[in-house]
Design a protein around this ligand. Structure first.
Ligand code: AMP
Length: 255
């Protein structure tokens, strides 16, 4: 059984993002880029399932510019067997929407025929939280979103997924093939070791153009302008509760 994992290259979570001078988006030139953290969790889960004998092959896929190959190399260094790179360099004013990514991933899934596709629950750059759900809809496969535990039964071709919901844990059972998106508590991703980074250099990355998949990825959304959020005013330190009550009553007028 094969697992397809979708990984996205994003601005590293530790970088303070800055808006470009022309206000078309955020600055990405000379900025540290990394694999989206939820995608790292997705790769880790696929590897653990393979190591447990529930899967034979893990294929990482990304949609993005030439530099996204680095993200695939990271997935390969973590332990993925091979990778698929759908090359696309979007115009910042015409962002690449989750529906377009989902259409491409659908085409890749139809070529690769995995029993499971694992994605992050959201990409930390756009925070859309849509791609996995749209992919499941397009493929007409069942979906287990926000997974905090995944168990595969290869004999019965079923996946059991636990999801954290308000007030507890919900357990759902999916017929394979299925789509799963990962939550933060699913696992702790491994670091790539130096020998595995070296080994990853010889693993195969297949490059495909979106047109070769027969997918229309034109965006019908145009970004008019991106701005920094307004600067917050400095707070004040009060000397007593009485002073606080006075300000709440007479300045803020909320009491
Ligand atoms: P989003 O719906 O944009 O928040 O992204 C959710 C998940 O979809 C990510 O964690 C990835 O697993 C996958 N995804 C989104 N965009 C891409 C992309 N360009 N290439 C590969 N996977 C992606």
């Amino acid at each position: 059984m094969k697992i397809l994992v979708a990984v996205k290259r994003v601005v590293d979570y530790a970088v303070k993002v800055r808006v470009r001078p022309d206000r078309t988006g955020v600055e990405t030139a000379n900025i540290k880029m990394s694999m989206n953290p939820f995608c790292e969790i997705a790769v880790e889960e696929a590897l653990r399932l393979r190591e447990a004998g529930a899967a034979a092959e893990v294929v990482a896929a990304t949609v993005g510019p030439a530099q996204s190959a680095d993200t695939l190399r990271t997935a390969l260094a973590m332990g993925a067997d091979r990778a698929v790179h759908v090359l696309h360099d979007p115009d910042p004013a015409r962002p690449f929407l989750p529906l377009a990514v989902a259409k491409i991933l659908r085409a890749v899934a139809l070529q690769e025929k995995p029993s499971l596709v694992i994605l992050g629950k959201q990409a930390i750059d756009d925070d859309c939280n849509q791609t996995g759900q749209m992919l499941a809809g397009l493929l007409q496969w069942p979906q287990g979103t926000f997974a905090s535990k995944v168990i595969l039964d290869t004999e019965k071709q079923k996946a059991t997924v636990e999801q954290e919901v308000d007030g507890g844990i919900e357990t759902i059972c999916l017929d394979l093939p299925a789509v799963i998106t990962t939550d933060l508590r699913l696992n702790q991703p491994r670091y790539a070791t130096l020998p595995n980074i070296m080994k990853a250099k010889s693993k195969v990355i297949k490059k495909i153009a979106p047109e070769d998949l027969g997918v229309d990825i034109r965006s019908d959304m145009e970004v008019i302008e991106v701005n920094e959020p307004p600067k917050r005013k400095a707070g004040v330190i009060l000397s007593s509760v009485d002073e606080l009550l006075d300000k709440l009553k007479n300045e803020a007028r909320v009491l």
